[in-house]
Structure formats: structure tokens, C-alpha cells
Write a protein that binds this ligand. Structure first.
Ligand code: AMP
Length: 140
């Protein structure tokens, strides 16, 4: 698959964007279809398609920049009362642009944003079983 998406064009200045932050590794800009006012995307400059392709150090940097932007969303005219981070990894997770990005979504009362889910109440044994399976897959 072509590793270059609209985000590479934005990073290279070949497509318009409203930039919030930039350094050697990371760029952050306003989402063109914000789910709440002030919705920002934090993007690595390297066009990693998915989390599996992303250097973990760069993943850490995405989170660090996300933290700073979250603070700015509270302190700026956006006047966020809270902030959600969201990252879609893979089609099944809702990823539409195949260049890893962290959504930083400011929250204000009555903003209408929400995640739909149906939490369940599994038995401890079932939790333990899956925990073991996941532990076994770490560092594999
Ligand atoms: P995702 O579903 O997590 O892949 O989200 C992709 C996000 O990229 C969506 O929220 C889009 O609105 C946003 N997006 C797509 N194209 C642009 C663009 N040119 N500038 C800013 N945001 C964009």
C-alpha cells in the first residue's frame, strides 16, 4: 500500500492545514471534520501506517505532545473541561487515514461526543485466562 497519505502532504506543506505544533518528529494540526471544536490530530512525520510500524519511542512522543495539547485545550479559548485521546489502529477500529494519528478531543458539557459500547461482566477466571494469553504474546 502507498505509505503516503494526505497527512504526508500536510507535513510537507503540499496540502493546507491549520498547524498547532511541529518539531523534528511530530506535527499536530486541526482535524478538518472536528467531532468537537478544537479537535486536534497529532501525527508522526514518518508515514507509519499502523502502530505495528511505529517506533515505540515515537509513540511515546505522540503521547507527550498529546499531553501538551490537552493542557493547551484547557487553557485556550477552547476552554475544554476534559479531553479524550483516541487512536484507531486498523480498519476494524475505524482507521480511515493510514498514517498513525492520535486524536485529541476537547470535551465541554453537552458536546454530544461519546463512544458506544456494551460492557460485559466476565468471570475472574475468564479475565485471568485472557490476561495469560496476552502476557504470553508480549515480546513475541
Ligand atoms: P481516523 O478515522 O482515525 O483514521 O481519522 C482520520 C481523521 O483525519 C478524521 O477525523 C478526518 O476528519 C481527518 N482528516 C482527513 N483529512 C484531513 C485533512 N486534510 N486535514 C485535517 N484532518 C483530516
Amino acid at each position: 500500500m502507498n505509505p503516503y497519505t494526505i497527512f504526508t502532504e500536510i507535513i510537507n506543506g503540499q496540502a493546507p492545514s491549520s498547524k498547532v505544533y511541529e518539531d523534528d518528529d511530530v506535527c499536530a494540526f486541526m482535524d478538518i471534520r472536528p467531532v468537537t471544536p478544537g479537535h486536534v490530530l497529532v501525527v508522526p512525520k514518518i508515514p507509519a501506517e499502523s502502530l505495528a510500524d511505529l517506533d515505540p519511542a515515537l509513540g511515546g512522543k505522540l503521547f507527550q505532545v498529546g499531553q501538551r495539547i490537552a493542557a493547551a485545550l484547557r487553557a485556550s479559548e477552547v476552554a475544554a473541561h476534559g479531553v479524550n485521546f483516541f487512536l484507531a489502529d486498523g480498519v476494524m477500529a475505524g482507521q480511515e487515514v493510514f498514517h498513525v494519528h492520535l486524536h485529541v478531543i476537547p470535551r465541554t458539557p453537552g458536546d454530544g461526543f461519546g463512544l458506544r459500547a456494551r460492557p460485559t461482566s466476565p468471570k475472574r477466571a475468564d479475565l485471568d485466562y485472557l490476561a495469560g494469553s496476552i502476557r504470553g504474546a508480549l515480546d513475541r
